[in-house]
Design a binder for this molecule. Structure first.
Ligand code: RIB
Length: 284
């Protein structure tokens, strides 16, 4: 006998090939430094969040646009192998998105994204009606974000990378997730639901400017913070869609994000729900 249908998630966002080089110190403007060998992995905030959601057991569909180039096929295949439904993927004539990532000896990073085909994503034929939560980020055209906010009341928007977002769009989101810099530049603490991540300092949930939940991060041996924010967003969305209370959802997401920092690459350590629950039980 089959149980009740599991809530479904759609991730609308970017897919990039991450080209990663590690060096002792990040170069200053105008400076050239030598680094290690280039590593190529599948990334993009959207793709990372979709892969993390699927790993947490949430049936997840990806709505994204990649190029008709070889990397577009590779990115799609990587995501499908991670358990994400890619039947809604689009392809365009532009090159697939690429992220150039430099990481220093302390784990600090700098990222430049060439969006390419991500900028060609269209929502015309996309039916969002089947999804209980939609998770989006800012590596696609801002018109896409505005349209999503109009079309679903279950939009969780991760405002990364920080870009101008219409106040009306922000106000329509079920939850907006930002890091401290993004939250400050957008002035979003006064929203209905705003979650601010603070790296090793955990995260805070604001409701109309009031703190309604706060969670500190467990101490981990940090190897690479690239993609940790994506795992946080996915984990938060996974609990949101199950109707979990803000403080419990925040704690779950903080632990998942912290676990993600313990391996290299944006998808190097995608935690399962059981792993996060073990840490949650230990901390309580
Ligand atoms: O959040 C990490 C991601 O940001 C990387 O995978 C890179 O592709 C950029 O989109």
């Amino acid at each position: 006998m089959s149980g009740p249908a599991r809530p479904r998630a759609a991730v609308v966002g970017s897919m990039n090939t991450d080209l990663i080089v590690r060096c002792a110190q990040l170069p200053r403007p105008g400076e050239t430094v030598l680094g290690g060998d280039v590593v190529r992995v599948a990334g993009g905030k959207g793709g990372n969040q979709a892969a993390a959601l699927a790993r947490l057991g949430v049936p997840t569909s990806m709505v994204a646009c990649v190029g008709r180039d070889e990397l577009g096929g590779w990115l799609t295949a990587q995501l499908a192998a991670q358990g994400v439904d890619t039947s809604m993927m689009q392809r365009s004539a532009r090159p697939s998105g690429t992220a150039f990532i430099t990481i220093d000896a302390t784990g600090e990073n700098e990222i430049v994204v060439a969006p390419g085909a991500n900028a060609d994503l269209v929502l015309d034929d996309v039916d969002l009606g089947a999804f209980d939560v939609v998770l989006a980020q800012m590596e696609v055209a801002s018109e896409i974000i505005d349209a999503l906010a109009q079309r679903t009341s279950s939009l969780i928007l991760n405002v990364a990378p920080s870009r101008v977002v219409a106040a009306s769009t922000l106000a329509r989101c079920a939850v907006v997730i930002a890091n401290e810099l993004e939250a400050r530049s957008l002035g979003i603490h006064e929203l209905r639901h705003c979650v601010v991540t603070r790296g090793r300092g955990g995260a805070v949930h604001y409701r109309f400017g009031e703190v309604v939940a706060e969670s500190s991060a467990p101490v981990m041996d940090v190897v690479d913070t690239v993609g940790a924010g994506d795992v946080f967003c996915a984990a938060y969305a996974a609990r949101f869609v199950e109707g979990e209370e803000p403080d419990a959802a925040l704690h779950f997401a903080v632990i998942a994000g912290a676990l993600a920092t313990t391996a290299r690459g944006a998808r190097g350590r995608l935690p399962t729900t059981e792993e996060v629950e073990q840490w949650r039980a230990r901390a309580s």
